[in-house]
Write a protein that binds this ligand. Structure first.
Ligand SMILES: Cc1cc2nc3c(=O)[nH]c(=O)nc-3n(C[C@H](O)[C@H](O)[C@H](O)COP(=O)(O)O)c2cc1C
Length: 312
């Protein structure tokens, strides 16, 4: 998620769950090819398994970007066909490409030929008035024929004209049935459902109908959910202690600050750690009020933790 799942966020999330698959923010192929790709594709080894998401539709750039990402060691390369961005502004990428499955398949094939890890697609269930199962199936069919084996499907259409990206994540209604039907018709494909998943209890039920569940906003705002998911999938693994997770962030924070990072850039992702626990508001407030200050260091986080009730 743009501006949310940066490398600091992912490092933190990995401490909560050793095995969930993490996805980067979308990086445009153009930026990877022409920009500071070392910084754009930077991640910590602990983040594995990690997928990078690329956006674009220039076949050569998508192939080159995939090659660079592969050299960096990402475990999966995902193509963004879900972002409802302005089509004209920055070239063709995101959800509007659902209308051009042939071009996406061309990008997919060129990328797959450059890499030795899976190339996957994240898509919507439709766009604008193309709101039918047949449209989704036509798109998936073209990609599957090109060899794509995994689809992450955000179970809403995208409205390309008239809705902001934020509205496009809540206004079009969720339609899980369409995703379930896709899995039924393509049992050989990996179908991952995305959109609106809030509760741990939903996950097992969904996994009876699809191969995976991707969680965005709820995992960001309530990151401890990731620890609970890990526990549900691997009951033998103990739930991590939230305080211990903060303690384990401290050396990382110190190292990052020594390298010139600002504390707020890291702690902003940790605000939801105690959500629903005693002291959650004090934790958020302390970090929000102090982490942005000039020269703020890891001691701010340690002090916020010290102020938490012992039971938290
Ligand atoms: C701030 C923000 C940034 C996002 N950026 C991306 C992105 O870069 N790539 C992408 O595929 N989806 C992006 N999304 C969409 C989410 O991946 C997800 O599809 C959507 O939020 C629905 O899932 P959820 O209900 O679990 O959040 C973003 C969502 C948010 C809230």
């Amino acid at each position: 998620m743009m501006d949310w799942t940066d490398r600091h966020c992912r490092y933190f999330m990995r401490l909560l769950s050793p095995s969930v698959r993490l996805y980067t923010e979308m990086v445009t192929a153009a930026a990877v090819v022409h920009g500071d790709r070392r910084s754009l594709l930077r991640y910590d080894e602990s983040e594995h398994p990690i997928a990078v998401q690329l956006g674009g539709s220039n076949v050569d750039w998508m192939a080159s970007a995939a090659r660079y990402a592969n050299e960096c060691g990402f475990d999966e390369i995902n193509i963004n066909i879900g972002c409802p961005s302005d089509r004209v502004q920055s070239g063709q990428f995101g959800a509007c490409l659902m209308a051009q499955p042939g071009l996406v398949a061309e990008c997919f094939s060129a990328m797959r030929d450059e890499v030795d890890v899976p190339v996957t697609v994240k898509t919507r269930i439709g766009i604008d008035d193309q709101d039918s199962y047949d449209f989704l199936r036509g798109f998936v069919d073209t990609l599957a024929s090109a060899g794509c084996r995994k689809f992450i499907v955000h179970a809403r259409i995208a409205i390309l004209d008239g809705l902001s990206p934020k509205e496009n994540r809540s206004v079009p209604p969720l339609n899980y049935e369409r995703v379930f039907r896709l899995k039924q018709d393509y049992p050989e494909l990996d179908i991952v459902l995305n959109g609106g998943v809030q509760e741990l209890s939903q996950i097992d039920t969904l996994l009876e109908r699809v191969d995976g569940v991707m969680i965005g906003r709820q995992a960001y705002h309530h990151p401890y959910l990731l620890a609970e998911i890990e526990k549900q999938l691997h009951p033998d693994r103990p739930l991590p202690d939230r305080r211990n997770v903060v303690d384990r962030m401290l050396p990382y924070i110190e190292q990052e600050l020594a390298d010139g990072e600002r504390l707020i850039r890291i702690t902003r992702h940790m605000l939801g750690l105690f959500a629903g626990q005693p002291g959650a508001r004090a934790w958020r407030r302390y970090l929000s009020e102090n982490a942005h200050r000039e020269g703020a260091g890891a001691e701010v986080v340690a002090a916020a933790l010290d102020a938490m009730p012992v039971a938290a």
